[in-house]
Design a protein around this ligand. Structure first.
Ligand code: DON
Length: 309
């Protein structure tokens, strides 16, 4: 099958998205996210040859939010290896990202590392015997290494906002601590989690950060291994099955790529051995995943044949 050149594809998609009427609803449970206009749309693709294709608001910073769970998981697996899976499951939850109900039935072991409960356990693992500020500094170094971009920062105002409104996360962490699956004081563990979620990046930076997952675990800038090929494959499997919470089946059905969404409206999607893609549009669908981001990825795979299925 003959496919269109990518620069044309991203331009067309950005134009189509600019005209979309149903743009979803911007998250309003964190004040700093509520003030972002749903008019935005950005897309960036970085391929195995190192070429970048960007369109729309691809250079505009947004709150990366839950997409950071992929990178925190990568770091935690590097720190403790597969022992991590004693504390976090690997099954889709079928529940909302911030749901608490399964924790009682499953003795404080979250279903997967991408729902909030699972990501909070990952934060607790990263904390080890360090202070939250040291863990976040290490996390930032990791993100800067993956992108080759030292300008990446945490948005401290978003972090404060997360902390002030994060009662559900406090409940999740406290409940898991009661089961012995959070080993540090809840404020410290959440200090890592809230700051991590408040990472600010643009689509191009996010697509660059995802390259190691595209490239079988290798950082293309350095040729060095970030994770083994087997671990990269497993992270991608979790993104496919759990990356969009209770919308993961729908995302696999429509897009057919491993992907991770964030409540800031970003999605990172990986075409193994082909491309790392980031899209951003702040309006969310009823499952809390970017409405136009999903539509854009659906159109992209239609035009490129990139679905893994
Ligand atoms: O835990 C929270 O409330 C957020 N800071 C992270 C949530 C997130 O991005 C989930 N959704 N897609």
């Amino acid at each position: 099958m003959k496919h269109d050149p990518l620069e044309l594809v991203v331009q067309d998609i950005a134009e189509e998205m600019a005209q979309a009427l149903d743009r979803g609803r911007v998250a309003d449970y964190i004040p700093d996210l509520a003030s972002v206009s749903s008019d935005h749309f950005g897309i960036a693709i970085v391929d195995m040859e190192g070429r970048s294709f960007v369109a729309g608001d691809a250079q505009m910073q947004f709150s990366v939010q839950s997409i950071t769970k992929v990178f925190a998981l990568t770091m935690a697996l590097g720190a403790v290896g597969d022992g991590l899976w004693k504390r976090v499951g690997r099954e889709p939850s079928g529940s909302a990202f911030n749901s608490i109900v399964q924790l009682e039935w499953e003795q404080g072991i979250p279903r997967n590392p991408f729902i909030n409960a699972g990501a909070i356990v990952v934060s607790d693992i990263l904390l080890a015997s360090h202070e939250p500020s040291a863990v976040i500094a290490e996390f930032l170094r990791f993100m800067r290494m993956l992108t080759g971009d030292d300008t990446i920062v945490i948005d401290e105002q978003v972090a404060r906002s997360e902390c002030e409104t994060g009662n559900r996360n406090v409940a999740l962490a406290s409940y898991m601590r009661a089961f012995g699956n959070i080993h540090h004081p809840v404020e410290k563990t959440l200090g890592v989690y809230f700051n991590q979620c408040s990472l600010s990046m643009n689509c191009h930076q996010l697509a660059l950060a995802g390259r190691f997952l595209m490239a079988g675990g290798i950082n293309p800038d350095t040729g060095l291994s970030v994770v083994t090929p087997g671990r990269a494959r497993r992270i991608l499997a979790l993104m496919m099955t759990c990356g969009h919470y209770d919308g993961s089946g729908e995302f696999a059905f429509r897009v057919g790529l491993p992907g991770k969404s964030g409540v800031g409206g970003g999605i990172l999607a990986i075409v193994p051995h082909v491309a790392s893609i980031a899209v951003w549009s702040p309006g969310l669908n009823e499952r809390g995943n970017s409405q136009l981001g999903t539509l854009a990825l659906e159109r992209l795979v239609q035009r490129t044949g990139w679905s893994v299925f």
